[in-house]
Design a protein around this ligand. Sequence first.
Ligand SMILES: CC(=O)N[C@H]1[C@@H](OP(=O)(O)O)O[C@H](CO)[C@@H](O)[C@@H]1O
Ligand SMILES: [Mg+2]
Length: 499
Amino acid sequence: AVGIVITASHNPVGDNGVKIADPDGGMMAQHWEPFADALANAPDPDALLQLVLQFVKNEGIPLGGHHTAQVLLGRDTRPTGEYLLDAALQGINAIVGAHAIDLGILTTPQLHWMVRSKNKGIKASESDYFTQLIDSFRRMLELVPKDKSGDELAKKLIVDGANGIGGVKLEQIKAKLSGIDINVRNSGKEGEGILNHMCGADFVQKERVTPHGFSPEDVGVRCASLDGDADRLVYFRVSSPSDNKVDLVDGDKILSLFALFIREQLDIINNNGSQVNKSLSARLGIVQTAYANGASTQFLKNLGLEVVFTPTGVKYLHKKALEYDIGIYFEANGHGTIVFSEDFLSQLESLINDHSSEAANGSAQYHAAMRLMAASQLINQAVGDALSGSLLVEAILQYKGWSFQNWCELYCDLPSRQLKVKVIDRSSIVTTDAETKVSQPSNLQELIDKETANYTHGRCFVRPSGTEDVVRVYAEASMQVEADSLARSVAQHVEHLLG
Ligand SMILES: CC(=O)N[C@H]1[C@@H](OP(=O)(O)O)O[C@H](CO)[C@@H](O)[C@@H]1O
Ligand SMILES: [Mg+2]
């Protein structure tokens, strides 16, 4: 089985598009992208057919015969979704041997999870997805030390659903989630607002102001914001009753919380004088992009963790994370997850079985192993998932007995600025070293280095966007005015050279 979701994610309600899930539940193989581009740009039906036939030949895809391909289809809440889903059904069913299954309205990560589960031969329906979330969340909370159980505020979460599919699904399951009190705003109900308009994870992360539907009354309460197809997650808190600014916890800080938690459990397992005396070897890898705040990278490195960088785009991060026993990746904008290797999970399982005797199963080592197992079942390992991600955040905060403030204070973000520059041909910029350096045009990197040297904690890079016709400039420095001015001067160089 493979999957297709009709969605345009965090983009305006009038846009639409497709996301494709490969058999492992991950994103479509990268070497198929040029083919997808060619299909989308085919001038007429005949050319389209020729492209398909040629591609089928090149890739050695068996068409027809006994070979059946299942395509799971889902869509978000966009008004154009129904029409496009119907077109997709017709397109798939026109191929001999292919069979489309319409799963209706789903979050993108649900569809990816279903594809992954189906191909693993395990239960793969929406209710199985919900059951897995609810059960593993409950198990995580059962493993919270008794002295950490927090007050009412610690259990309260307000979720901005971006008027999209995430809020709809959360409303369906929130009553079954014990130990947490969830209130959904911008839930996608008729009349509540427009999809992604003045709300949602992308809006909150970029604008750093309260989304529509939040007010000074919410000051101090922990809030989460999802994007339109619920694969991105950021947290925030309304800073003060007098303005609409928020304290933001972005993907980097969610990543840091996850990394701390996983490391702590591994340390408990490996360092605690255990009766069973079995340790668990695990290579833990943290994957970021150049957009990760420098303070987060420093924080993670100070913990002694292995931090690696890939180009922008979760397809690169996910692939890199799979190289580890436990790989944790996040983009600053809130897309990310944790992946566990099969080998690690089977070691974990045997450790848990070894502890199954009465004497051992009260041990700290056993509890830590059980926490890791529950986390691996709660988090969506196919793709970043705002619903399962936020439940893991909530469980970890309860485990640590942490408030939003404690989490914020893990480290202090360096001020940063992002700018977009319109140029004639953005592909004339070529980058290396996970997009942190420019190799073409040849003198641009030297100019960036010169500007950056003028600032304490200065860091700056430019790259052509993969999704918009612009060059993006990112700058960081110890003060906001400095980050702004570094970004501005580098943007001017880009304009001058390529404008
Ligand atoms: C700076 C930034 O946020 N870039 C985004 C954006 O990519 P660009 O290639 O920068 O346009 O869209 C991608 C897809 O949603 C997302 O993965 C990525 O993080
Ligand atoms: Mg999205």
